[in-house]
Design a protein around this ligand. Structure first.
Ligand SMILES: [Cu+2]
Length: 251
């Protein structure tokens, strides 16, 4: 099963073109027409660079395919289109490695804290007028769709607005959508580091009438139970598509 899985990864990993079109499209970057193209492109390049041996991967993938066809019966998997991620594959990018943040109860978290679970990470803030509440509602729907498997998924919202989002406010906000959701915060420096580890963007807008909004990347990052970043999903991908990809990384 392990080997089989590996080949599946390589096969989907070969399709880099998907990232250019659906990976981090600019609608993800919501709120205003900022130019994020540099960041987007570096993220995409990073994906490509990490596939250091595409050719040997291709050869091995083909061998696996021949073996799978030859051995045939009983083996489902690589050839089955149902197993393709709905989001964009980001395996090998190691996005999110190295962050250190804190929950409302003061517990420190890194990606390793979630070992054995799939993790859906996104950046946001509790006073967000539209994108964040919509995303959280969608993710609470994902939890329902997953049924028993929801216990193997951790949804994590990382605040980009530590100025207003105290750990308690953040916790109250995310758990109002699902009591299992986790809000993570940290010092401004830790949040900056977390965002940069995901190649995520955020910025505070100029205050209007005494209040302000934040721009932020709205993509969902799906991490597998081994702590590897696997899929980048649009925040509006839909609960079905998100649940599908979560099930896939939980196999
Ligand atoms: Cu938001």
């Amino acid at each position: 099963m392990g080997m089989h899985y590996y080949y599946c990864m390589n096969r989907s990993g070969m399709n880099h073109s998907g990232l250019n079109h659906s990976g981090m499209n600019h609608s993800d970057m919501n709120h205003s027409g900022l130019n994020h193209s540099d960041m987007n492109h570096s993220g995409i390049k990073h994906v490509g660079m990490n596939h250091a041996h595409p050719r040997s991967g291709l050869v091995r993938g083909l061998i696996a395919l021949v073996l799978a066809v030859g051995l045939s019966a009983g083996l489902t998997g690589c050839g089955d289109p149902v197993e393709t991620f709905k989001g964009s594959e980001i395996s090998g990018t190691h996005l999110g490695q190295g962050f250190q943040l804190t929950s409302a109860d003061g517990k420190p978290y890194t990606l390793a804290s979630f070992a054995g679970k799939a993790v859906l990470v996104f950046f946001g803030y509790t006073q967000c007028p539209d994108v964040c509440p919509t995303t959280l509602a969608e993710l609470s729907q994902v939890m329902k769709l997953l049924g028993d498997k929801a216990d193997r998924l951790q949804v994590v919202m990382i605040t980009v607005d530590s100025e207003r989002d105290t750990p308690e406010i953040l916790k109250g906000y995310v758990t109002s959508f699902d009591p299992r959701f986790l809000g993570l915060s940290g010092t401004p420096e830790q949040i900056k580091q977390a965002a940069s580890s995901f190649k995520a963007y955020y910025a505070k807008n100029s205050p209007v009438n005494g209040t302000y909004t934040m721009d932020h990347t709205a993509s969902l990052y799906l991490i597998d139970p081994k702590g590897e970043s696997r899929v980048l999903l649009n925040n509006n991908a839909g609960a079905e598509a998100i649940a599908h990809d979560v099930r896939l990384v939980l196999r």
